[in-house]
Design a binder for this molecule. Structure first.
Ligand SMILES: [Zn+2]
Length: 159
């Protein structure tokens, strides 16, 4: 059974928690659920869309979040990335098709793909907090070492 986060439209392979939003409210993936096949540049996207059309696999392309918007602003519309979605029921077929047209495997969201290995937003926040604390500790250490050194110098000079 494959779990699915309906708000992010991603398959959840492990952990019972959406890797994108951290939600635990997941349901079983249905054949018609759109899932992300891969991210591709607009140019590559056209090639992929044509191949999917040929196999009559329904698909949908969406400009990637902020990055896409930013590059659209910069007038680089041609190189903005797009996420390609296919129905869950056709995912494996689409992955096989991508391989047969020579779209590299690493770009494809294989069912055992490594995208779940990416840090969840909560985890990322945790590590950011930890690095802030470490930074403060480092500053404190430097300051106290400098203080000690200054005291020591003073004691040398004025004794
Ligand atoms: Zn989600």
């Amino acid at each position: 059974m494959m779990l699915y986060c309906s708000s992010c439209q991603v398959l959840v392979k492990e952990g019972g928690r959406c890797p994108a939003c951290g939600k635990r409210k997941l349901r079983e993936a249905q054949a018609e659920d759109p899932v992300m096949l891969m991210t591709a540049t607009e140019t590559k996207c056209n090639q992929i869309a044509a191949a999917l059309d040929e196999e009559q696999i329904p698909h949908e392309e969406r400009v990637c979040g902020l990055e896409g918007i930013a590059s659209a602003y910069a007038g680089k519309g041609g190189i903005s990335n797009k996420n390609i979605f296919v129905p869950y029921g056709r995912l494996q077929e689409a992955i096989d098709l991508m391989q047969s047209i020579g779209v590299t495997h690493s770009e494809v969201t294989a069912p055992d793909g490594k995208e779940t290995a990416e840090m969840s937003p909560r985890k990322r926040f945790f590590w950011r907090a930890v690095s802030v604390v470490l930074f403060i500790l480092l500053i404190w250490a430097v300051v106290s070492i400098t203080d000690t050194a200054a005291e020591w110098l003073k004691s040398l000079l004025y004794s």
